[in-house]
Design a binder for this molecule. Structure first.
Ligand SMILES: Cc1cc2nc3c(=O)[nH]c(=O)nc-3n(C[C@H](O)[C@H](O)[C@H](O)COP(=O)(O)OP(=O)(O)OC[C@H]3O[C@@H](n4cnc5c(N)ncnc54)[C@H](O)[C@@H]3O)c2cc1C
Length: 546
């Protein structure tokens, strides 16, 4: 149903109202297919038309090198941004599951308590979620052939790759055929209304276009609108007690996290045969799907040394080429920055500055040379695989580029908040304050040291970690994995949602988003986010049956 056909002031009624039709909302909805309750899914965007402007943060909000955050607002959500290239397939997503180690307390990193869910329960939902995505359950760790185990501090584990769009389209079709589920597009949920004395939600106000609003009443509400937009919706609502839902302790919006990408330096192998031994570190066929090995730090080591969890990804390269790509003079650096400013202004549909064109043109030679090298001589990178298909990779490569995707410790002052700027439907936009603290950088450096020392002692080769002023080199502060801000804790004084992801004090308002994660791990989060969506749906069904 297109919400723009719903009369102004109308009321729709459902048993369950899901807000957002991205992976989390669709995973939750899939549990309700064929059940004896009526489910409405509200989606801010269209079936094919994206209304990204509705999900943008304020123009001045930036996180270090990330100038602004935009969300894809249409059915399928940010799954439309997934572009990992696997030989012969397109639009793959990198998946993994949060490990038991990611649920542990690590007081030195701002995580005083473990997650309020057991390893075994999370495992159960990961298994369910693997069926949903039609992949084998991502293995926690394997000492099998092809993978390399280096000692008690390091293990080898795998990312998996999923043709997620195809699967989401399938779920979308199943939902279209289900007589008990209605998808309402162009329906932006803006604020909740609450019952007079308790904090139970009675209705949600929905806007379809400027000046046209209607109400949805439901028994249960699942907010599956992504980390930032879910938090924004709660922040835009006020309970009869005079605060935002779940925000009695001023925690709503706090502990915002992403997965910084860190330059892990270079691994020079001890012999050409190492390339052959490391083939599993390429995207390759495994158990009927696609997988890619990487090193990770053992659970005991992370807990004992209070370390952020981190992946160690190895991409074969030629050293000379890596250096050529890196070299930039201050002039070229300024030109590159100006080119990025032009790109961001175009994306934000803002006015372009003539000065930026001049600076970009003056520094454009490096960008062009780098682009040409990329075109003529593509090297393995994070977004595409295939190098291990070469029968003699040692003829093409002489080293491995090391990349670390890292956990960012949760910090109280990293937060998103409502501003007075509004989107075209009149809903207030979010701004955010975010930085990597110096002690976090030092902790990241300690995790890198575990990789370096273990690899160097193993005979595999020599790993040299990139550093500037004794600090790790951050290649990208954020890679679009937004986590935290409605943190899960049994105690309302220490979290926004409880262990069932129900907003504290409400009883019928749930959050299915990465925002509930108390810590961020390093794994691409969507698989675990969907597992939580399915768990919430199960919880609602069990409550109804009781
Ligand atoms: C470039 C990029 C690459 C990525 N690659 C990967 C990857 O390889 N692997 C991985 O695991 N993760 C990846 N991610 C992260 C991944 O996309 C998210 O974790 C995932 O999309 C979260 O799913 P979601 O359903 O919670 O949110 P979303 O996918 O953002 O879906 C939320 C939906 O809610 C709708 N919505 C928002 N607000 C409202 C409202 N007020 N009312 C109604 N509807 C609303 C939106 O329109 C959207 O459709 C990537 C992200 C980016 C940006």
């Amino acid at each position: 149903m297109d919400a723009r056909t719903i009369p102004n002031g109308a009321t729709l009624e459902f048993d369950v109202c899901i807000i957002g039709s991205g992976p989390a909302g669709l995973a939750a909805a899939s549990v309700f297919i064929g059940k004896s309750l009526r489910v409405g899914i509200l989606e801010a965007g269209g079936e094919t038309e994206a209304r990204d402007e509705l999900g943008q943060t304020t123009a001045d909000a930036h996180m270090a090198d990330v100038e602004f955050i935009s969300q894809i607002q249409r059915v399928g959500g940010n799954a439309h941004a997934w572009t990992v290239r696997v030989p012969g397939e397109a639009q793959m997503a990198r998946f993994g599951r949060f490990y038991g180690s990611d649920l542990d307390a690590r007081p030195g990193l701002g995580l005083e308590e473990p997650w309020p869910i057991s390893d075994a329960e999370l495992e159960h939902y990961h298994t369910r979620c693997a069926k949903f995505w039609e992949i084998p359950l991502p293995p926690e760790e394997t000492p099998e052939a092809g993978a390399v185990k280096l000692g008690p501090d390091l293990g080898t584990t795998f990312f998996q790759f999923v043709n997620a769009r195809t699967l989401l389209d399938k779920v979308r079709r199943q939902i279209a055929e289900a007589s008990n589920i209605e998808l309402v597009t162009y329906a932006q949920a803006q604020s909740f209304a609450f019952e007079g004395t308790s904090q139970a939600v009675t209705a949600v106000k929905v806007v379809s276009e400027p000046g046209r609003a209607f109400t949805v009443k439901a028994g249960q509400y699942i907010v599956a609108a992504n980390c930032i937009s879910s938090t924004r919706l709660l922040q835009n609502s006020v309970t009869p007690q005079g605060h935002e839902p779940g925000n009695a302790s001023d925690l709503l919006g706090r502990f915002f996290m992403d997965h910084p990408l860190i330059d892990g330096g270079v691994l020079t192998p001890s012999s050409p045969a190492v390339f052959d031994r490391m083939r599993a570190f390429d995207i390759h066929r495994r158990d009927g799907g696609w997988a890619m090995a990487h090193f990770r730090i053992a659970r005991e080591t992370l807990a004992r040394e209070n370390l952020p969890d981190m992946s160690c990804i190895l991409l074969p390269q030629r050293k000379a080429r890596m250096l050529a790509d890196k070299v930039t003079s201050p002039r070229q650096e300024k030109g590159h920055r100006a080119a990025l400013d032009i790109r961001d202004a175009l994306m934000k549909r803002e006015g372009l500055k003539a000065g930026d064109f001049v600076t970009a043109a003056m520094g454009v030679d490096h960008v062009i040379k780098k682009g040409l090298r990329k075109l003529m001589d593509p090297q393995p990178n994070l977004g595409s695989g295939g190098w291990s298909l070469d029968p003699r990779p040692e003829r093409r490569f002489d080293c491995f580029q090391v990349l670390n995707i890292t956990e960012q410790p949760p910090r109280h002052d990293n937060r998103i908040y409502l501003t007075n700027e509004t989107d075209s439907n009149g809903m207030r936009r979010c701004g955010f304050a975010w930085k990597l603290h110096d002690e976090d950088l030092l902790a990241i450096g300690r995790s890198q040291k575990v990789f370096r020392e273990t690899v160097n002692a193993s005979g595999l080769g020599t790993m040299e970690t990139a550093q500037v002023n004794g600090r790790p080199v951050v290649l990208a502060s954020a890679i679009g994995h937004h986590l935290g801000t409605t943190r899960m804790n049994r105690d309302a004084r220490r979290g926004v949602v409880d262990e069932n992801c129900c907003v504290h004090g409400t009883g019928n308002l749930y959050v299915a988003a990465g925002s509930v994660f108390p810590s961020g791990g390093y794994i691409n989060p969507t698989f675990t986010i969907c597992a939580f969506g399915m768990r919430i749906a199960d919880h609602i069904l069990a409550k109804r049956a009781a």
